[in-house]
Design a protein around this ligand. Structure first.
Ligand SMILES: Cc1cn([C@H]2C[C@H](O)[C@@H](COP(=O)(O)OP(=O)(O)OP(=O)(O)O)O2)c(=O)[nH]c1=O
Length: 192
């Protein structure tokens, strides 16, 4: 089986390597327009779009599995993607500090095995609670530039982890790829 990661995220590539998979990277160029309402549906739809986009351009005939993923932060009905600018990042972090929010990552596996093409989607949710974080700490973190390419404007693995009071669910789900769930779904679908 040939595995293809339909993502430009270096974190996802690292996590997939950690999972022990040999794979090729083919980032998907999609608009990421939200059409669904529920957070789980939003991330699975966006992950599906990414996997299908790469599938369109693929020349492989059989025995391949494309992995698409999408991550959002969700707080009280509001979907937080990547920030537009520093001000946007500031308001997101001020809103998230001292509270509990959810991180959703959707995965889409678009695969072809024994001549049969299939699509499998699922998502994972992780609750993250932050300690109170003051404006100065938030400003300093934003000035580091780290939040700009991350959903919810923070990296739990890269600078904002020190503000985490508790987490319920898979840690790697917050970083962008829930490798425990992914590994077990691949096993179940006999794709390993
Ligand atoms: C909350 C959180 C998000 N993130 C990242 C994971 C994702 O890379 C990013 C959310 O954006 P995504 O649109 O899910 O992914 P991406 O644009 O980085 O990559 P691609 O679309 O090509 O697959 O935020 C962290 O790295 N750490 C965190 O703690």
């Amino acid at each position: 089986m040939k595995y293809i990661l339909a993502s430009a995220s270096p974190r996802r590539a690292e996590l997939l390597t950690e999972m022990g998979l040999d794979f090729t990277i083919m980032p998907a160029d999609t608009e990421e327009t939200i059409t669904a309402e529920k957070p789980g549906e939003i991330v699975t739809c966006l992950a599906k779009e990414k996997a299908l986009k790469v599938n369109e351009s693929l020349v492989l005939a059989d025995n391949y599995c494309i992995i698409g993923a999408d991550t959002i932060v969700y707080y009280e009905g509001e979907v937080l993607g990547k920030p537009e600018d520093k001000d946007d990042a500031t308001s997101m972090l001020l809103m998230l500090q001292n509270r509990t929010h959810q991180v959703y990552t959707g995965i889409a596996l678009c695969y072809k095995k024994n001549g049969q093409e299939k699509l499998l989607t699922f998502f994972e949710k992780t609750d993250v609670t932050f300690y109170p974080v003051d404006r100065f700490d938030i400003k300093a973190y934003i000035e580091s530039g780290d939040p700009l390419d991350k959903a919810g404007s923070y990296g739990i693995q890269s600078g904002f982890g020190k503000h985490v009071r508790s987490i319920k669910g898979e840690y790697t789900n917050v970083v962008g790829l829930p490798i425990g769930r992914l590994y077990n779904e691949l096993l179940k679908a006999k794709l390993l």
